[in-house]
Write a protein that binds this ligand. Sequence first.
Ligand SMILES: *[C@@H]1O[C@H](CO)[C@@H](O)[C@H](O)[C@H]1NC(C)=O
Ligand SMILES: *[C@@H]1O[C@H](CO)[C@@H](O)[C@H](O)[C@H]1NC(C)=O
Ligand SMILES: *[C@@H]1O[C@H](CO)[C@@H](O)[C@H](O)[C@H]1NC(C)=O
Ligand SMILES: *[C@@H]1O[C@H](CO)[C@@H](O)[C@H](O)[C@H]1NC(C)=O
Ligand SMILES: *[C@@H]1O[C@H](CO)[C@@H](O)[C@H](O)[C@H]1NC(C)=O
Length: 350
Amino acid sequence: MLRLLGLCFFLASSYAAQSTPRAIQVQSRSAHAVTRRRALKPVTLPLDDYFLGTDLQWIGNISVGTPPQTMLVVFDTGSSTLEFSSTMCGEACSNQVQFDPTKSSTFVEGNFTSVLTFATSTGVVPVIGNNAQITSRNATDTVSIGGLTIESTEVFLIINRTEPFFADPFSGILGLDAQANGVFSALIDQGLPSLFSFFLTPQAEGNAELTIGGIDHTKFDGKSSLTAERATFDSGTSNVLFPTDEAIYALISPDIVPHASENGAYGIACDRIPTLPAEITVQFTAQDGSAFNLTIPSIELSVGPFEDDPETCQTLINAFDGLNVVGGSLLKHYYSVWDVGGQRMGFAAV
Ligand SMILES: *[C@@H]1O[C@H](CO)[C@@H](O)[C@H](O)[C@H]1NC(C)=O
Ligand SMILES: *[C@@H]1O[C@H](CO)[C@@H](O)[C@H](O)[C@H]1NC(C)=O
Ligand SMILES: *[C@@H]1O[C@H](CO)[C@@H](O)[C@H](O)[C@H]1NC(C)=O
Ligand SMILES: *[C@@H]1O[C@H](CO)[C@@H](O)[C@H](O)[C@H]1NC(C)=O
Ligand SMILES: *[C@@H]1O[C@H](CO)[C@@H](O)[C@H](O)[C@H]1NC(C)=O
């Protein structure tokens, strides 16, 4: 079960092409800023785990419109916009809760249609390069997350999408990328500290959460290490991607080999899984130049047999040249702090 969502390479997004990264406002300490705005307190949202053979994504509720309509979304650090199914979407969104713009008094339609292309798939099926597309129309409306409200913020109403998205048990995606766009940027403008933290637990443990604007210190123990973002850490991706030339698979086990029928996917004979090392350590360089390790238990490695080759199990580490993406399979073993204002990340063992 592999799902790559919201990687930082929107291929055909007319919207993304227009959006320019904006400067991030770090909390100002000047008296002027203090009188100008009241600081917002962090909020913590419970997250459910979308589990399909493996922990795919973590999802939580936001509300949109007046009166509020509840939308379940993926909080995705690999993308920047907020899009969700709407009643304009018909069949292609029939499994999802759909936002009905005619029932919101604060809704303003935009009439600007864009197509976002994602790398995504569900199940052990082709992963990279399949064109999963969302067609959406822009609008503005009120959005609330855990009681924090942003008025008249840009949203994208999904009006059509391709088959890879049909099975999603959630309505949309809320982008929380490192440039602080959209909803998160509006909250920062209102005085919310420019960081958020994920506690992405495996489904069996439950109690996953997102704290926007702060850190939930009750969720970990010990000191966290900080690193400059050299890889792309992506909460919306279930797996870990490294360039082919790093030959990470060969380092783990010579039994892990490219899967012929799927570009970028790797597999191992299912009966060899017990021979794998107990854990995989990925070494990162922290901002001060020191090395630190993040470790994935090797149970994360297998996501089940390939459909076209049941003797071979797909591994959760994929090859993708030009991009390092570290997704949920690593993130769920740490409490992660995404300090957007400081452009750094923190990890704490849980
Ligand atoms: C989202 O809201 C629905 C009710 O609208 C509720 O059943 C569900 O448990 C909520 N999920 C989360 C993760 O809060
Ligand atoms: C959007 O299109 C509809 C129908 O074509 C039109 O009535 C409406 O005024 C347009 N809205 C905007 C904001 O351009
Ligand atoms: C929709 O997008 C167009 C083009 O970028 C923009 O001019 C318009 O203001 C947007 N409308 C809303 C309601 O956000
Ligand atoms: C949705 O997109 C599909 C192609 O992916 C197309 O066949 C279909 O006609 C579209 N539906 C609408 C309502 O535009
Ligand atoms: C990281 O892991 C490697 C291999 O297990 C080990 O040799 C190294 O000492 C570790 N580094 C740190 C900073 O813990």
